[in-house]
Design a protein around this ligand. Sequence first.
Ligand SMILES: Nc1nc2c(ncn2[C@@H]2O[C@H](COP(=O)(O)OP(=O)(O)OP(=O)(O)O)[C@@H](O)[C@H]2O)c(=O)[nH]1
Ligand SMILES: [Mg+2]
Length: 215
Amino acid sequence: MHRPEIVLPCLDEAEALPGVLAALPPGWPVLVVDNGSVDDTAAVARAHGARVVAEPRRGYGAAVHTGLENTTTELVAFLDGDGSLDAAVLPDMADAVGSGRADLAVGRRVPEAGSWPWHARAGNALIAAELRRRGVAVHDIAPIRVARRDALLGLGIADRAFGYPLELLLRAGSAGWRIDERPVRYSRRGGGRSKVSGSLTGTARAVRDMAGLLR
Ligand SMILES: Nc1nc2c(ncn2[C@@H]2O[C@H](COP(=O)(O)OP(=O)(O)OP(=O)(O)O)[C@@H](O)[C@H]2O)c(=O)[nH]1
Ligand SMILES: [Mg+2]
């Protein structure tokens, strides 16, 4: 059985975290990266058995990368700390990488009604089409993923904001990684406030970071 450490990047996710942690595969180690939260994210994470590291520099990429650096397992998994992604896919994803069938296992969001605003979905579709044009066979920007820790560190991803998942896929594609993409249920966040796709400014920031990488 392949048991990756699960990294959860968290900015003010105290409300969603209990449900997120309860839904993770039992017995897998969990690392919550507290990305400068002003709520009880760190205390709630600890109370529910997660290890916590702090990354005060804001940004999805900063949180995820600090999490990666602090993991201790051979395989690592990443998903949002807001309860939107169904963690039930993780064992099969870990198996795909652990068995050597793939270098990177990623999820492709299958949204429930009202979970994915049209502007975020449209932007995502454009970016995924551009990735496929460049030979990276994906239909989403890897919102949930599993890979080998050393291999991920070796990619040398530089973005520390919202371009991080896209840069990861571009670099994995250039390195010839075999990517296994499978559907993952996507629902409304489990509580707390939306920061990126739920707002037009958040979406604009994400598009700016990603467009910079595709130039
Ligand atoms: N927005 C944002 N999220 C961060 C940051 N650092 C860590 N995160 C976490 O990254 C994950 C994705 O952010 P979300 O706010 O869920 O972004 P989203 O999925 O586009 O939007 P909603 O689910 O609609 O809120 C969550 O677990 C956040 O807590 C940061 O600096 N900004
Ligand atoms: Mg979310």
